[in-house]
Design a protein around this ligand. Structure first.
Ligand code: UDP
Length: 412
C-alpha cells in the first residue's frame, strides 16, 4: 500500500509534517524490518499496516514480515501473552522447544533480510527467538512489547527474559510495564491512523445501514465494545454492567469482535459470552471478519458510549478510536487505558461491572457532559495518540540507535 504523510497535514499541522520529513531525510535508505505474528486482527497489525508504508514514504527502506505458526505454537504464545498479563499458566519444556523450533523454521526464509537490516523491530514474544537465530546480524534489534506486563506471572517472564535481554533496546507502552533488562528501555505509546477506513468520517447513510444490519433500535442508547474475544477484555463483565443499567434505563449493547490468527482462545471466550447473553435481543454479539474496518468505524460512531472494560490492556486502540470519534469511554482501570481515559474529562475508569453500570447511567443522564467529554477526548487523541507522534518517536529512537542522540526519545 502506498501512503503519503502530507495528507495528514490538515489534521496535525504543517510543522509536525515538516519535522517528520526532516527526520526521514536523516534516515534515508535505512533498512528497517518489522516482524510480528499476524497480518490482521489486533492492535499490532493495525499499527504496522500504516507504519511501514509511511516509513517508506519518509524515505526509509521499511518492510513488514509475519512469521507463520501452527495451532500448537499459537497456543503456547497465547499462554505467554496471558502469563505476561499476570494469568498463571503452566509451560512445559516441550512448549519452549516448540517456540524455538517454529522460529527456527521461519528464520530459513527471513535470515538474509534480518541479518542485513539496520534496524529490526520484533513485536511481542512470538518472534523473539529470531535474534539468536541470526548470528551474523549487523543492525540494532529492538524488542517491542505491546502487552500489559505490569504484573507478569513470574515463571513466564523468567522463561522469556533470556530471549529478550540480548536485544539492543526494548519499547514498552508505559513505564509501569518496564522490566529489569540489561539494555535501554523506551516508552512509546501506540496511536491510530485518522485517515484509515477504521477512523475516517462516515456519512449518515452508511451509519444507518450498519444500524439496520445490526438490528439496532433507533431511539435506544447504544453501548459498544469492540474487542477480540479475550478474557482480559472482560466481555462478560460488560454484559453484567449492561444488565444493571437496563433495570432502570433502556439500553442496547453491541459486543463485536473478530479473531486474530495468532489468538486461538477466541472460541472459548465467545461461547462464554453467548451463554452470558442468554438470548437477550438487545445484546448483539457479532463475530466480525478481520477486514470489517468500516463496520467497526460505524459501530463506534453509532455508540452513545464506547466501552473497553479490560482488566489488563497494553494500550487499547479501541479506546483511542472511540475518543477520536468524540465518544466518552468507560474503560477498565488497567494498563494503557489509564493514559487515555481521564475521569470526568474523557470518560471514566472502572474496576467492576457495578462501577461500569454506575458510570454508564450517569453518562446516559448527562448528555451535555457526554458531548464535552467527547470533544476533550478527540483533542487528547489529536495531541498525543495520532500516528504522527508515534512515527516521530520511532524515527528519533532509530536515529539514536544508529548513531544520533537520544535527545527526543523518552527513556525509562
Ligand atoms: N479490531 C477490529 N475488529 C475486531 C476487533 C478489533 O478491527 O473484530 C481492531 C480494533 O478496532 C483495534 C484493534 O483491532 O484497532 C485492537 O487493538 P487493541 O489495542 O484495542 O487490542 P488488542 O487486540 O491489540 O489487544
Amino acid at each position: 500500500m502506498v501512503m503519503n504523510i502530507d495528507l495528514y497535514e490538515p489534521i496535525v499541522g504543517v510543522p509536525v509534517i515538516g519535522q517528520l520529513r526532516r527526520l526521514g531525510e536523516r534516515l534515508k535508505g535505512l533498512k528497517v524490518v518489522h516482524v510480528n505474528s499476524t497480518a490482521e486482527g489486533g492492535g499490532v497489525a493495525e499499527i504496522l499496516a500504516w507504519m511501514v508504508p509511511l516509513m517508506t514514504d519518509l524515505g526509509l527502506d521499511a518492510r513488514w514480515r509475519v512469521i507463520a505458526g501452527t495451532g500448537d505454537f499459537f497456543a503456547v504464545t497465547k499462554a505467554f501473552h496471558n502469563g505476561l498479563q499476570g494469568y498463571p499458566v503452566v509451560l512445559k519444556k516441550r512448549d519452549w522447544d516448540l517456540y524455538r523450533a517454529v522460529n527456527a523454521e521461519n528464520v530459513k526464509s527471513l535470515q538474509g533480510e534480518l541479518e542485513e537490516a539496520d534496524i529490526v523491530v520484533i513485536h511481542d514474544p512470538q518472534p523473539a527467538p529470531l535474534l539468536e537465530l541470526c548470528p551474523r546480524r549487523r543492525g540494532r534489534w529492538i524488542w517491542r512489547c505491546h502487552i500489559d506486563a505490569s504484573h507478569p506471572f513470574r515463571a513466564v517472564w523468567k522463561g522469556l527474559k533470556p530471549f529478550v535481554e540480548r536485544y539492543d533496546a526494548s519499547i514498552f507502552s508505559m513505564c509501569q510495564f518496564a522490566q529489569l533488562l540489561p539494555h535501554s528501555q523506551y516508552l512509546i505509546a501506540p496511536s491510530i491512523d485518522p485517515l484509515s477506513e477504521k477512523n475516517v468520517e462516515l456519512d449518515k447513510d452508511e451509519l444507518d445501514a450498519v444500524r439496520s444490519q445490526f438490528d439496532l433500535k433507533p431511539d435506544v442508547p447504544v453501548l459498544v465494545q469492540i474487542s477480540r474475544f479475550d478474557r482480559f477484555k472482560d466481555p462478560v463483565g460488560v454484559i453484567q454492567a449492561y444488565r444493571m443499567v437496563k433495570k432502570m434505563t433502556p439500553v442496547q449493547l453491541v459486543l463485536a469482535g473478530g479473531g486474530a490468527t495468532d489468538d486461538p482462545e477466541g472460541k472459548e471466550i465467545l461461547d462464554a459470552v453467548l451463554e452470558a447473553a442468554e438470548g437477550d435481543p438487545d445484546i448483539h454479539v457479532e463475530l466480525l471478519p478481520a477486514a470489517a474496518h468500516r463496520t467497526v468505524n460505524a459501530l463506534q460512531r453509532i455508540a452513545d458510549i464506547v466501552v473497553q472494560k479490560s482488566t489488563r490492556e497494553g494500550f487499547g486502540l479501541t479506546v483511542t478510536e472511540g475518543l477520536w470519534k468524540g465518544k466518552p469511554v468507560i474503560g477498565g482501570d488497567a494498563g494503557g487505558i489509564r493514559l487515555q481515559v481521564v475521569d470526568y474529562h474523557t470518560g471514566f475508569l472502572v474496576m467492576t461491572p457495578e462501577g461500569a453500570a454506575n458510570r454508564i447511567r450517569f453518562l446516559l443522564h448527562h448528555r451535555e457532559q457526554c458531548r464535552r467529554m467527547g470533544e476533550t477526548g478527540r483533542e487528547l487523541v489529536r495531541e498525543y495518540y495520532l500516528l504522527t507522534r508515534h512515527l516521530r518517536e520511532y524515527l528519533t529512537l532509530m536515529y539514536a540507535l544508529v548513531g544520533g542522540t537520544t535527545e527526543h526519545t523518552v527513556m525509562v
